[in-house]
Design a protein around this ligand. Structure first.
Ligand SMILES: [Mg+2]
Length: 266
């Protein structure tokens, strides 16, 4: 009998805890509806894979051209962003949808799991760059506290930086310009890789509007596919922040309303 009481009590405790969890989650307004298609694109569209392969193939051709003109590669470097450029974080976005949570909840867990897979073409391309004697620098806005986990993740994929100095994480500011300048002290940067325009040049830093970003891209049109190699990211980024005027205080409903208002129909 005592055993039955204990089991009933245990079931009660589990039920209460589960309710508390749901309450805790529902207290924080989350709406991941828009993230569903965006994340499916990254996980299920062969087109996403094809775009990544296209980017890395193009970069390889460019590298060959550059090396034909500059046989001494000792001072040449490429700079890559990590998230959604080399590493695929879509499992974290998927988890957000499935658990009805939003960033930064669960990000720590994902970072420390150090199990992000490489984007198609990344490992092969980086091995090629290495074989040509060109230096590889990763400039990422992952926080410094994720340095070990990031190193571990890159080691698992066989693309760890040659030294800690080749992995520049975010310290005091999100702008990557000071870190690019640091690389420039000893190297010539021949190509930059990223999914966010601020990965390429400081002109995209700060809270730029949608139109400013579109105009800047046109003004730099010759750089894309030449020095700037861009990767798709439908899940997050400055493009999406610009759509909501960088107003992160909007409620999920207001955010969706604002996004709908930005649509141009006919
Ligand atoms: Mg990125």
């Amino acid at each position: 009998m005592k055993k039955i009481y204990f089991l009933v009590l245990l079931a009660g405790i589990i039920a209460i805890s589960a309710c508390e969890n749901r309450t805790a989650i529902s207290k924080k307004e989350v709406n991941n509806d828009n993230l569903l298609i965006a994340t499916l694109y990254h996980q299920k569209s062969a087109e996403r894979d094809a775009l990544c392969l296209q980017a890395y193939n193009m970069a390889k051709y460019r590298l060959d051209d550059i090396l034909a003109e500059n046989p001494d590669s000792s001072k040449l470097a490429i700079v890559l962003d990590l998230d959604e450029t080399v590493l695929d974080n879509s499992p974290y976005e998927a988890k957000c949808i499935l658990r009805n949570i939003s960033y930064p909840t669960g990000w720590d867990e994902w970072m420390h799991a150090a199990c992000a897979k490489e984007l198609p073409g990344a490992v092969e391309f980086l091995e090629y760059v290495k074989s040509k004697g060109v230096s590889i620098f990763y400039i990422t806005n992952r926080k410094e506290k994720y340095k070990n986990a990031t190193m571990q993740n890159l080691q698992k994929l066989g693309i760890a930086p040659v030294s800690e100095a080749h992995l520049l994480l975010r310290t005091d500011e999100s702008s990557k310009e000071p870190r690019r300048q640091k690389v420039l002290e000893g190297h010539k940067i021949i190509m930059l890789f990223g999914d966010n325009l601020a990965d390429f040049t400081k002109v995209f830093d700060g809270k730029k509007s949608v139109n400013e970003r579109l105009e800047l891209v046109i003004s730099l049109k010759d750089e894309f596919g030449d020095r700037f190699i861009v990767f798709p990211n439908t899940m997050y980024g400055d493009w999406l922040n610009a759509v909501i005027d960088h107003n992160f205080n909007l409620s999920p409903a207001a955010k969706i309303e604002k996004q709908k208002n930005e649509l141009q129909g006919f």
